[in-house]
Design a protein around this ligand. Structure first.
Ligand SMILES: [Mg+2]
Length: 116
């Protein structure tokens, strides 16, 4: 993660693009890339999107958009000095408390004790 962060910093600095990389602009760019990911799946049937059935062409496109999303995510975190791995672990812990296994297992509808 650190290597990627530094490589992306260098990439932006070499092109004098850091001036454009405000968290706001990066978040907008990330959202655009998420839209590009959605566009690949748009109108496909559910079973055409799973790993065993996705076309090689679409899988390549998905890889590219995931990389774009990941790159912008890393850049936003870097600009705000956020440790993504740490925050993801904290969020997983929060979700574990919010959605206890005994109440959530097998339920697609998010259920938590606060709904009681
Ligand atoms: Mg893209």
């Amino acid at each position: 993660m650190e290597d990627l962060k530094n490589r992306l910093r260098q990439f932006a600095n070499d092109r004098n693009w850091d001036q454009f990389h405000s968290p706001k602009n990066l978040a907008m760019a990330l959202s655009g890339e998420a839209g590009e990911l959605l566009e690949i799946f748009q109108w496909l049937k559910e079973d055409e999107t799973i790993a065993s059935n996705i076309s090689p062409k679409n899988l390549e496109r998905v890889k590219e958009e995931l990389a774009d999303i990941f790159i912008y995510l890393i850049r936003i975190a870097d600009k705000l000095d956020v440790d993504l791995v740490r925050e993801a672990n904290i969020k997983i812990e929060k979700n574990s408390e919010k959605y206890p296994v005994d109440l959530s297992r097998g339920n697609a509808i998010k259920y938590n004790r606060r709904n009681d």
